[in-house]
Structure formats: C-alpha cells, structure tokens
Write a protein that binds this ligand. Structure first.
Ligand SMILES: NC(=O)c1ccc[n+]([C@@H]2O[C@H](COP(=O)([O-])OP(=O)(O)OC[C@H]3O[C@@H](n4cnc5c(N)ncnc54)[C@H](OP(=O)(O)O)[C@@H]3O)[C@@H](O)[C@H]2O)c1
Length: 278
C-alpha cells in the first residue's frame, strides 16, 4: 500500500515510518514540510501523494500547555485534523487518527470501551475529541485509535524524565491515584500496521495490556534500571498541574479483540524491552 505519515518527526511518527516502511511504500511530512493548519496546502499535499492510507500522528501534545494555549491546541488538534480529514475525503484515502484516553473523565471506575461516553476534563482532551468528531462527520473510511501514556525512543516521555530526575534528586514525588496503561510506541506502530490491512473501520482502543499508577510505573522503571531512589507517592491534589487528568483511564482494547487481533503484550514486558535498548 501507499501510506502517507503526517507528523513523522514526532515520538510515535518516527516508529510509524520505521514499521510501515517494511511492507509499504511510505511518504512522510513534518511540520516543516506540511503545517496541517493550512487547509489548502494539506489538500494539495495529500492529493499529490495520493496515498491509500494516511496516518495522522501530528498534534499539539503539551497537555498542560494546552490550558494556556487553548487557541493553538484547538487550531492544530481540532481544525488541523478537520483539514486532514477533508484532504483524505478529496483524495479518497482511508485515515488513521491517534487519539487519547484523556477524552474520558475517568469517573467510570473500570476500563473504558470504545462505545463509552466521552467527557474530556482538559483543553487537550477536548481538542483531541473535537478532531475525532470532525473525522466522524467527514469520512467513512477511518480508524480512530485511542491510546495512552506513550513512551518511545524519539521524544521526551515519562521514562526518560524519571531517569533524568534520578540523576539530580535523592527522592521524587509521584502521583499514585491516576491509573492508566503505559504504551510503547513501537508496539502501537506495529498494531496500526496490522489494523490498516483490514477495512475494519471505526474506533479502536490500543494500549499495552495491564495497568498501573504513575507511581507504580516509576517503581518499575527504577527497578529495571537498578536505580535506588526514594519514591514518594502523592495524590493528584498534592501534585497540582494546570490540566485536570482522569483518575482512571484504562482503555479496554475491545474492538481490537473482537476483530481477532492478538492481545497487546503487558506494559511491563514492553517497558523491559524498551529499557534494554536505551
Ligand atoms: N504522548 C502521549 O502520551 C500520547 C498519549 C495518547 C495519545 N497521543 C497522541 O499520539 C499522537 C502522537 O503523539 P506523540 O507523543 O508522538 O507526539 P509528539 O512527539 O509531540 O509529535 C507530534 C508531532 O506533531 C508535530 N506538529 C505539531 N503541530 C503541527 C502542525 N500544525 N502541523 C504539522 N505537524 C505538527 C510536532 O512538531 P513539533 O515538535 O515541531 O511541534 C511533532 O513532530 C498525537 O496525536 C497525540 O495526541 C499521545
């Protein structure tokens, strides 16, 4: 297949290029070659490349920054995604969008299915959900993949942040009452590669399996690294941030399972494999 990846210099975008290039003819754009807030250029670029599938991995991903830069977050995540969807419609290609567990409010208390009610708490979550809605209003052939707590080789993430903090701190306070599923970008890129080979359009929750709090995740990171450090579990209220995050945003990979795809491996195994290569 001919695949176009938008946002190819992002953390996930890099791995998408590597993985999708194995069996497909891949083209890619970065923010320097295509700013998705420019609808004319977006339509023109997608038309010229004329892909079978477009994977949209570009976003304004600063969750806390979105609270004070809400216009920019909306422009990129909602309107930029609308522009990409319109371009896909004109080119007649399928679209993959990467969305987030932050579309949920976390109050359900158990894992979220694809059909559960969304209710984002943050500007970032609202703008990402608005992007989803534009796609659903514009296209028939789309895969919306919601994922969570990404880490990988090509961008700052929780794992590298923890390891860096440990170099200059004897103890670190970590939130222990937000629960989610850390997900390795390489595993997500592999899953998306499998997904686009079938015309099973719709919404997919795709995360590594099992879940933990940020505090538990940090403990595993330091165990794997053999680093001895005092970790102090704190509540969300004690660790104030501009954006409100859901307390429990574990995503049930239900459609993924129903379509017969193999279960995503445990985040613990994925984390170990990732850290071996750091
Ligand atoms: N990271 C997570 O934990 C997480 C969790 C759930 C879902 N997601 C979603 O997964 C996707 C990939 O995330 P990621 O962590 O790989 O993000 P990332 O590393 O921040 O990459 C996003 C890319 O989009 C580019 N970009 C920003 N504005 C753009 C614009 N107007 N036009 C074109 N490109 C633009 C960025 O360029 P610059 O760097 O130059 O700004 C960056 O290269 C995003 O849709 C994100 O919302 C992420």
């Amino acid at each position: 297949m001919k695949v176009l990846i938008i946002g190819s210099e992002g953390m996930l975008g890099h791995d998408l290029v590597d993985t999708l290039s194995i069996n497909n003819e891949v083209s890619s754009t970065t923010i320097d070659t295509l700013d998705i807030t420019d609808i004319t250029k977006t339509i023109q670029t997608v038309n010229e490349i004329n892909p079978d599938v477009l994977v949209h991995a570009a976003a304004y991903t600063n969750v806390d920054g979105s609270e004070s830069n809400s216009d920019l977050a909306y422009k990129v995540n909602a309107l930029g995604t609308r522009n990409v969807a319109v371009a896909c419609q004109e080119a007649g290609c399928a679209m993959v969008y990467i969305c987030t567990d932050y579309v949920f409010d976390g109050k359900k208390g158990s894992s979220y299915y694809e059909y559960d009610q969304t209710n984002p708490l943050s500007v970032y979550g609202k703008t990402k959900l608005a992007g989803e809605l534009y796609i659903r209003d514009t296209l028939n052939k789309f895969y919306i993949t919601r994922t969570s707590w990404l880490y990988g080789f090509h961008g700052p993430n929780f794992v590298t942040t923890m390891l860096n903090l440990a170099k200059t701190n004897d103890n670190i306070s970590i939130v222990n009452d937000q629960i989610g599923s850390p997900t390795y970008t390489v595993d997500l890129a592999n899953a998306i590669t499998q997904l686009i080979n079938k015309p099973v359009y719709g919404i997919y929750h795709i995360t590594n399996s099992e879940h933990c709090s940020w505090y538990e995740f940090a403990k595993q990171i330091f165990d794997n690294a053999g680093v001895n450090i005092d970790l102090n579990p704190v509540t969300t209220e004690e660790f104030s941030r501009p954006a409100t995050r859901p307390k429990y945003s574990v995503l049930e990979n239900y459609n993924w399972k129903m379509e017969g795809f193999p279960k995503m491996r445990s985040y613990k195994q994925a984390l170990r494999d990732y850290m071996k290569l750091l």
